[in-house]
Design a protein around this ligand. Structure first.
Ligand code: CUA
Length: 334
């Protein structure tokens, strides 16, 4: 069962046993060291226990016999005080070594790290990319280029983490350890990987009713794919190409959706909810809970509380026709 659980976690991209980045690898090594030492202690303690049970068990031939009793043995007292202290000290040293190995990102000369600001919200993730040509804002799906393509220069990813409300924790097990997003404070985290793929993560600090559904995905792709994605994200929203989409846009802009959501290139400029400028570039909705398809999007626009009870977006009480129009328009935002 243990194996199938590990297998499940690897398959789903969240296993600490399948690191693809140096910090995650260091943490796995530390984990194995602690487990090995603890397994050794368990083995020794159980062996002594079983030996004592067998060696000193009451014999039918001599029911009153008792093993020799020892009180206040100085050597034994010293031994079982110093041994655990030494083991804990060893763990502390190993922890400090891991900490110092993963704290500072290696930035070789000529390398351009990827800087992203991550903002935790109840219950979704906001990502800001600072590029030469302006800011890109997106949500829940973090796109990154692979580091060191074809043995080139390493390109670490450096995240700056903040919170808009309560404490959250950013955790993508295959890439790095957990780090808290704390109101009024800025933390940083780095990782880099040469392995393209989608890595799943989630909030690892209880932050309210939908904490368990504060999921995130990290999409690591080739430098060209990343560049293409970023170029698309930088553009303002697509203009509606037909009447239905134009009506959909007008409906959207006339509701209070615009107080919370931004669609760049329109008057919608809310910053409380996820940026929708390129909504269809994302594979999921509701912070990774459901697939971003027509049915789920329609359900979400109709009443988000059905998909994600307790989330901060209320049902907008639109008529079925209005919902269809808004969904059509949103689905054109590639
Ligand atoms: Cu955010 Cu738990």
């Amino acid at each position: 069962m243990g194996c199938s659980l590990v297998h499940f976690a690897v398959q789903n991209g969240t296993s600490i046993f399948a690191p693809v980045s140096p910090p995650a690898d260091q943490i796995r090594q530390l984990f194995f060291l602690v487990v090995a030492v603890c397994a050794g202690i368990l083995f020794i303690v159980e062996a002594v226990l079983i030996y004592s049970l067998l060696r000193f068990r009451r014999k039918p031939s001599d029911p009153t016999s008792e093993p020799p009793q020892v009180y206040g043995s100085m050597p034994i007292e010293i031994a079982w005080t110093t041994a655990p202290a030494l083991i804990v000290f060893l763990f502390v040293l190993a922890l400090f070594r891991t900490e110092s190995n993963i704290r500072v990102p290696p930035i070789p000369e000529g390398s351009e790290p990827v800087h992203v600001t991550v903002i935790g919200h109840q219950w979704w993730w906001e990502f800001h990319y600072e590029t030469e040509d302006g800011k890109v804002i997106t949500a829940n799906e973090l796109h990154l280029p692979i580091s060191d393509p074809d043995g080139g220069t390493q390109r670490p990813v450096i995240l700056t983490l903040q919170s808009a409300d309560v404490c959250h924790s950013f955790w993508v097990p295959r890439l790095a350890g957990k780090i808290d997003l704390i109101p009024g404070r800025t933390n940083t985290l780095w990782f880099q990987t040469q392995q393209p793929g989608t890595y799943l993560g989630q909030c690892a600090e209880f932050c309210g009713v939908q904490h368990a559904n504060m999921l995130l995905r990290v999409v690591v792709e080739s430098p060209e794919e990343f560049r293409r994605w970023l170029d698309n994200e930088r553009k303002p929203a697509r203009e509606p190409s037909n009447d239905t989409l134009r009506k959909g846009r007008t409906t959207f802009l006339n509701t209070s959706c615009v107080n919370c959501h931004r669609i760049r290139g329109t008057t919608a400029d809310g910053a409380f909810g996820p940026d929708l400028t390129h909504l269809m570039a994302r594979k999921t909705l509701a912070s990774g809970m459901v697939e971003n398809d027509r049915a789920q999007l329609r359900q979400w626009v109709d009443d988000p509380q059905v998909t994600k009870p307790g989330c901060l977006m209320p049902a907008m009480k639109l008529s079925p026709t209005e919902i269809d129009l808004v969904v059509e328009y949103l689905r054109s935002l590639e």
